[in-house]
Design a protein around this ligand. Structure first.
Ligand SMILES: *Cc1c(COP(=O)(O)O)cnc(C)c1O
Length: 357
């Protein structure tokens, strides 16, 4: 399939951000987007890159009622040598298609998806901020557009890719966050859609998030749905626990999102000499580990922040501080390594980067 390209006239191009540090996450977009249409019977068609515009949908479109929607999130980085890189984009493409299968939505050809993304990023390269920690966030999305109120998988879909320049996650420097353990709510259950990057998971997490914020913590620590005991994820990140030189993270049991950062940190940590176990950890072993001092570091992993060190955890009205409450050495080492790789200060020995010249 060819991609028809219509670009803005020079005078229609938006002014670039002045200071990327002052741009709230995902609040501005580039000049163009990629979009294509699916109809049952004809498949994907009318692939095009065109000036970013509103899309017009009937209020009865299935996405608005039954939530058939999936998305991805990845980043393009401007390297010090002027080249643009994407970090393991093939992982996001594969995960998008796994989400599509789970949500009864049509898959997108992996190679075509990649080509569309690379072509769009190349066209918009002037929008990629250069400061370390900043990047061009890529948001592929699919929605069900068929009109109808019957509960079923739709026959019609839109797939589009948005690009948003984003600043560093840690604007005031790399700092630990506080977590709030919810014993009332759950994020996902085995057999549900926790493994899929689908909008409903995030809507379902908002109430617990508000409770955490009211209590003075920035993210929710999610426990498993059955026992309300085993740690699963943090906010929209995977989570790691360091017991000395051993890292523990929840196994991919069906309710946990397969993070690309999670997978990369597992490989990287092993390469750096740590032992990594994919194993359940109960909230009681977690708090006991903090109190005994055997649990020395906790950090979240995800595309947005890369590594997110955790300084304190609130569980049943008690606050537990990890280590000295500062950034631990393993978090710092992994964070520096990933950023050095993304900004071209370190050789791509793992073969993780897709380079655009
Ligand atoms: C996207 C996401 C992650 C992190 O995945 P990355 O591929 O590392 O960005 C983890 N948990 C949830 C619930 C997510 O939505």
């Amino acid at each position: 399939m060819d991609i028809a390209v219509t670009t803005c006239k020079p005078q229609e191009r938006k002014a670039l951000f002045k200071n990327i540090l002052e741009v709230p996450f995902g609040s501005i977009f580039t000049d163009h987007f990629f979009i294509m249409t699916y109809q049952k019977g004809s498949g994907w068609h009318s692939a095009r890159i065109e000036p970013l515009r509103d899309i017009c949908l009937h209020p009865g479109a299935l996405v608005f009622h039954y939530g058939q929607e999936i998305f991805e999130g990845l980043k393009a980085f401007h390297r010090d040598d002027g080249k643009i890189i994407l970090f393991r984009p093939e992982k996001n493409v594969a995960r998008f298609n796994r989400s599509a299968r789970r949500m009864c939505m049509p898959e997108v050809d992996n190679e075509f998806f990649m080509e569309a993304m690379l072509q769009l990023v190349t066209l918009e390269r002037r929008w990629i901020p250069k400061q370390r920690g900043s990047s061009l966030y890529i948001r592929p999305t699919m929605i069900a557009t068929e009109v109808g109120l019957g509960v079923r998988s739709a026959t019609d879909y839109l797939f589009y890719i948005l690009l948003a320049p984003v600043g560093p996650y840690y604007k005031e420097g790399f700092k630990p966050i506080g977590l709030y353990v919810t014993t009332e709510y759950i994020r996902a259950a085995v057999g549900g859609v926790g493994e899929a990057k689908t909008g409903g998971n995030y809507a379902a997490s908002l109430l617990a998030g508000e409770e955490a914020h009211k209590a003075g913590y920035s993210q929710v620590l999610w426990l498993d749905a059955v026992n309300h005991e085993y740690v699963e994820e943090v906010g929209a990140m995977n989570i790691f626990f360091a017991f000395g030189k051993t890292l523990v993270t929840a196994p991919l049991n069906g309710s946990i999102l397969h993070g690309v950062t999670r997978e990369s940190v597992i490989e990287l940590a092993r390469h750096l000499g740590y032992t990594v176990r994919e194993d359940r950890l109960s909230i009681h072993d977690l708090t006991a580990g903090i109190e005994k001092g055997t649990l020395t570091e906790i950090f979240g992993t995800g595309t947005a922040a890369s590594i997110s060190p955790v300084g304190k955890i609130s569980f049943k009205g008690k606050e537990y501080s990890i280590g000295n409450g500062g950034v631990g050495p393993i978090s710092q080492k992994l964070y520096d390594y990933l950023l050095d790789l993304q900004y071209g200060r370190r050789a791509d020995t793992f073969n993780w980067l897709t380079v655009i010249d």
